[in-house]
Write a protein that binds this ligand. Structure first.
Ligand SMILES: *Cc1c(COP(=O)(O)O)cnc(C)c1O
Length: 489
C-alpha cells in the first residue's frame, strides 16, 4: 500500500515533534521557544509571560520607595551573543533595564505629561503584541479595524463633533498635528503654494514647526501670534491678522488653536476662534493633545468649550487618561478627507468592509492596534472613572495653586487645566535659572519631581498634576519645600 502523503497541517507525531526543526528552536518544550508553539498550549511561554508580568508588578509596587528619576545604572550587554539566551538571563537583563527606568507611578512624579499606565491598557498592549495584527489593511486586522472605526466615531461624538465625524489613531500627537495640517492643505488646494502659512499662538506646541519642515515650508510659514495674560490667543488679533493676510494674497493653510498649552495649560477661546474661522472661511485645527479629554468630564467640559466646532482635533489619551504610549488620535469633522489625502490604493489587499483601509486613512502604513488599549482602558474606567481622572487632576492643581498662592513671593501663571507653572517675583533671568535648578534638586532629594521650562525668557518650575497617586500630603510637602527655598535664598 502506498502511504498517503501527510498533510502539512496534520498534527506531527511525538517522534516528529522531537526532531530538530529547521529554525533554531530549543528543545524540549519546557524551554522558551523563539516562537510560541502553534499546535498546543505553550507552557514555557505562559511561564515566561507570568514571570515577566510578575517582575513588572514588583517594579510598579516599588514605585513609592525609590525616586521617580532613578540614579544611572549599568545597562546589560546590548549585542546578541553567539548563542541565544535562556529565559532566566532574558528576565535578569530585563530587570536591569527596568531598574534604570523613569517611574511614573511614584506619587512625586509631577514633572511631565506622563502619568502611570492604566492597568487594563497595559494588558491590552500585551495582547496587541501577541495578536500582532496590522491596521494597515482589514484582512490583517478584521475585528480590530472595525473596533477602531467604531471607537473613533464614538469619541468624535463624545467630544462634541457633529454626526459623521470620526478619526484615525496615530503614533503620538506630533503625527496627529502633522496629518491635520497635511489634510487641511490638501483640502484647500494649497499643496503647491510654498508661500502658504499656518497661524497659531506663541505658546503652541513645537510639533507644528516640525510639521512644516515635513511639509516643505520655511520656518517663517508658522505665524505665532502673542498670547494674552492668561496664555491665550486673542480672537480679535487673529481676525486682524487673517484679514491682513487676505489683503496681501497670502494663503492660509489653517489656524491652530491649543486646548492646553505645554507650560501652563492655557486653553485658547475655542468658540470665538471657531466663529472667526468659520466667518472668514478658514480651517480650524485644535491641538487638544493635553486638554481634549477634559471634554469628557461633565464638571469641567466648559474649560474646553467649542472643541467640537473645529475642523480637526488632536487628542492624546496617553497623557491624562494614562493609556499606554502611544495613544493619540486625529479627529475630523469630515473624516472622508483622510483617504482623499492619503489613499494610494492597496492593490495587493482585499477590499475593506468599511470604505478605506487603515493604511489609507493616514500617514502610517503598518501600525499596531493601539485602539485596543484605548478601548479597554475607557471601558475599565467607565464614564465616571474618566471624569474622576480629569476632575482629580484639576482639583490637585487648585489645591497646589492655593498652597503656593499663600506665599506672595511667588508668581503663579494662570492656566485652565491641571498644569501649574511659577517662578519667584523680582528675579532676573539668571536668578530664575539658578533658583529653578536648585529648587528642582531640593525637591528631587525629597522624591518630588517638577520640570523646569524656559517660558517667556525666564525659567519656571512646572507641576503637572495628572498623577492620581499624588495625595494632599505630597502637595503640602511640595509647597513647604518651595517656601523654604525662598526663605533660604
Ligand atoms: C504632547 C503634545 C503634543 C505632541 O504629542 P506627542 O505625543 O508627544 O507627539 C502636541 N501638542 C501638545 C499641546 C502637547 O502637549
Amino acid at each position: 500500500m502506498i502511504p498517503s502523503p501527510a498533510s502539512p497541517l496534520a498534527s506531527p507525531t511525538t517522534a516528529q515533534r522531537s526532531q530538530p526543526p529547521p529554525i533554531p528552536l530549543v528543545a524540549p518544550v519546557t524551554e522558551l521557544q523563539p516562537f510560541p508553539l502553534a499546535d498546543q498550549f505553550d507552557p514555557a511561554l505562559a511561564a515566561f509571560l507570568d514571570r515577566a508580568s510578575d517582575q513588572l508588578c514588583h517594579w510598579l509596587a516599588g514605585a513609592g520607595s525609590a525616586s521617580p528619576l532613578p540614579a544611572l545604572n549599568v545597562l546589560p550587554a546590548v549585542e546578541p551573543e553567539a548563542l541565544g539566551l535562556p529565559a532566566e538571563r532574558l528576565l535578569a537583563d530585563l530587570q536591569r533595564v527596568m531598574e534604570g527606568a523613569y517611574q511614573p507611578n511614584h506619587p512625586g512624579a509631577l514633572a511631565h505629561l506622563d502619568p502611570p499606565a492604566l492597568s487594563s491598557s497595559l494588558a491590552a498592549d500585551l495582547i496587541c503584541a501577541g495578536l500582532n495584527n496590522n491596521l494597515l489593511a482589514e484582512e490583517l486586522s478584521p475585528s480590530l479595524s472595525r473596533l477602531e472605526r467604531s471607537l473613533c466615531s464614538w469619541l468624535a461624538r463624545s467630544l462634541g463633533f457633529p454626526a459623521g465625524a470620526s478619526g484615525v489613531p496615530a503614533s503620538g500627537g506630533s503625527l496627529s498635528n502633522l496629518m491635520a495640517l497635511v489634510v487641511a492643505r490638501q483640502s484647500r488646494g494649497l499643496n503647491l503654494r510654498n508661500d502658504a502659512v499656518v497661524l497659531c499662538s506663541a505658546d503652541a506646541h513645537l510639533s507644528l514647526a516640525k510639521a512644516l519642515v515635513v511639509m516643505g515650508l520655511p520656518p517663517s510659514a508658522l505665524r505665532c501670534l502673542p498670547v494674552d495674560g492668561r496664555g491665550r490667543l486673542d480672537p480679535g488679533q487673529l481676525e486682524q491678522n487673517l484679514l491682513q493676510l487676505e489683503c496681501r494674497g497670502v494663503p492660509v493653510i489653517a489656524v491652530v488653536a491649543t486646548a492646553g498649552t505645554t507650560v501652563r495649560g492655557a486653553v485658547d477661546p475655542l468658540s470665538s476662534l471657531a466663529e472667526v474661522c468659520q466667518r472668514l472661511g478658514h480651517w480650524l485645527h485644535v491641538d487638544g493633545a493635553i486638554g481634549a479629554v477634559v471634554a469628557l468630564s461633565p464638571q469641567h467640559c466648559g474649560r474646553v468649550e467649542g472643541l467640537g466646532l473645529a475642523d480637526s482635533l488632536t487628542i492624546n489619551p496617553q497623557k491624562l487618561l494614562g493609556i499606554t504610549k502611544t495613544s493619540s488620535l486625529l479627529v475630523l469633522a469630515r473624516p472622508e478627507l483622510l483617504p482623499m489625502t492619503f489613499a494610494t490604493g492597496l492593490p495587493y489587499m482585499e477590499p475593506s468592509l468599511g470604505g478605506s483601509h487603515g493604511g489609507e486613512a493616514g500617514l502610517q502604513g503598518s501600525r499596531p492596534a493601539e485602539i485596543l488599549k484605548l478601548w479597554l482602558g475607557l471601558r475599565q474606567l467607565g464614564l465616571s472613572g474618566i471624569a474622576a481622572l480629569v476632575d482629580g487632576a484639576i482639583q490637585r492643581r487648585q489645591r497646589l495653586g492655593s498652597l503656593l498662592a499663600m506665599d506672595d513671593r511667588l508668581n503663579l501663571l494662570p492656566g485652565d487645566l491641571h498644569l501649574l507653572a511659577f517662578r519667584p517675583h523680582g528675579l532676573d533671568p539668571g536668578g530664575c535659572e539658578r533658583w529653578s535648578l536648585q529648587t528642582r534638586q531640593t525637591l528631587l532629594d525629597q522624591q518630588l519631581m517638577l520640570s523646569r521650562p524656559l517660558y517667556q525668557g525666564q525659567h519656571h518650575l512646572k507641576a503637572v498634576l495628572g498623577n492620581p497617586y499624588t495625595q494632599p500630603r505630597h502637595l503640602e510637602a511640595l509647597a513647604h519645600l518651595i517656601h523654604t527655598t525662598l526663605t533660604d535664598g
